[in-house]
Design a protein around this ligand. Structure first.
Ligand code: PEP
Ligand code: MN
Length: 424
């Protein structure tokens, strides 16, 4: 399969009038104001001339795997850091995340459901922020927007957006994908152990690991979008699956305009503020042909709100005959502040997961997956779980630059909760 850069593909226009740059004429939330637009253009040209990070054939493979999820035959295990970091990157970190997702998947497979593994990695370098500024004491600075945009240090210099960071993010994504491929093609040495741990009798088989991130930085996404002649389609080659965040899902906004034109599976975060009308129109816009495996609706309401919002939305997808996947992100609706630190309770997370599967069953919908912020490292960012992490532990290894992540033991707790729901 031959992927062409946007410039090379000019002669082969696809059926629709969509172009990778069409988002530029739309209002955009969370846009980055670069002080040097020329430097940004140079970076965009460099990226546009680079090789695709992921193969179109593999994106198509994911689409097929997700069609099975839409059909009720598997569930998605999606997870990784809230934001990837340049400073905390090494091969071991990728291996540990890979291994954790595999173990979580094995727990769910042992309960009788097939699993699609989707790492939140190799592109998750930018964050939507609720406030454009951060104030500490008397000092107010622009917010940290993720390593692909500016630096986390609380200095005015670090917080200036630098387009060259997009190249660093791209390079790290490339290395990450190569590492994931190496682990997968070696059929990963730990696999027999993973299988023994959860009592699976069948022999281990190679497991594909797909990549995903929020499509927030549209300059980056556009530059990595390629036209593929065999499929006569545009594809985002920055990752296998992209999603649109809860803050950037405006119907006529730039992010929806970008996402609607690529062939990749697209996630849509659905929080408490989504209304039925927009919800319907977003589905029509992103997935006009109602293709199974194309659209993943990711609820993120909070343990106490999920029962108020989710049933109505699920009834709409049923009524409209939508072949979507319903998944749950039990992280972003359950953030709270304890002693000045953002945290989440494993109890709330598990409660939202359970409620999600219960509601899905009651509505006759397939509970199609979970989406977690987690790390294989031994962090102390979320409270509770089987290791019973307490308030006084919070500061001990609080390492995230952004949202609090489940550590390994806590992520496995959530996988066990999913397995219990799937087995019921
Ligand atoms: C995220 O997934 O990191 C995120 C910001 O989520 P949401 O858009 O659902 O708030
Ligand atoms: Mn987050």
């Amino acid at each position: 399969m031959q992927a062409k850069s946007p410039a090379e593909a000019k002669a082969h226009q696809p059926k629709s009038d969509w172009t990778p740059g069409a988002w530029r004429s739309r209002p955009a939330e969370q846009l980055i104001d670069y002080p040097d637009p020329e430097a940004l253009s140079r970076v965009e040209r460099r990226l546009a001339g680079s090789e695709p990070l992921v193969e179109v054939a593999d994106i198509i493979h994911l689409r097929a795997a997700l069609a099975r999820v839409a059909n009720g035959e598997a569930i998605i295990m999606q997870g990784g850091d809230c934001a990837e970091s340049f400073a905390e990157f090494d091969a071991d970190k990728v291996r540990v995340t890979y291994n954790l997702l595999l173990r979580m998947g094995a727990i769910v497979r042992a309960a009788g459901s097939d699993v699609v593994h989707l790492a939140r990695i190799a592109g998750q370098f930018a964050k939507p922020r609720s406030s454009p500024v951060e104030t500490i004491g008397e000092v107010t600075l622009p917010s940290y927007r993720g390593d692909a945009v500016n630096g986390p240090a609380f200095t005015s210099l670090a917080r200036v957006p630098d387009p060259k960071r997009l190249l660093d993010a791209h390079r790290q994504a490339q290395v990450t994908i190569e590492l994931l491929q190496a682990y997968a093609s070696a059929s990963y040495a730990d696999l027999p152990r993973v299988h023994r741990e959860v009592g699976l009798k069948e022999p281990p088989r190679p497991i594909s690991m797909f990549t995903s991130h929020e499509a927030l930085l549209l300059n980056y996404e556009q530059a990595l979008t390629r036209f593929d002649e065999a499929s006569e389609q545009w594809w985002a080659t920055s990752g296998h699956m992209l999603w649109i965040g809860d803050r950037t899902r405006q119907l006529d906004g730039a992010h929806v305009e970008f996402a609607r034109g690529v062939g990749n599976p697209v996630g849509l975060k659905c929080g408490p503020s989504i209304n039925a009308d927009d919800f319907l129109r977003l589905m029509d816009r992103i997935d006009p042909d109602n293709l199974p495996g194309k659209l993943v609706l990711i609820g993120r309401f909070g343990a106490d709100k999920v029962a108020e919002h989710l049933p109505e939305l699920m009834r709409i997808t049923c009524r409209e005959g939508r072949k979507v996947i319903w998944s749950i992100d039990p992280m972003h609706g359950n953030t709270r502040t304890v002693e000045g630190l953002k945290t989440r309770m494993v109890g709330d997370i598990v409660k939202e997961v359970r409620t999600f599967f219960e509601i899905a069953e009651a509505e006759g919908v397939h509970g199609g997956g979970i989406h977690l912020e987690m790390t294989g490292s031994d962090v102390t960012e979320c409270l509770g779980g089987s290791i019973n992490l307490a308030r006084e532990d919070l500061g001990r290894r609080y390492l995230t630059h952004c949202d609090p992540r489940l550590n390994e033991a806590q992520a496995l707790d959530v996988a066990h909760a999913v397995a219990a729901m799937v087995a019921d």
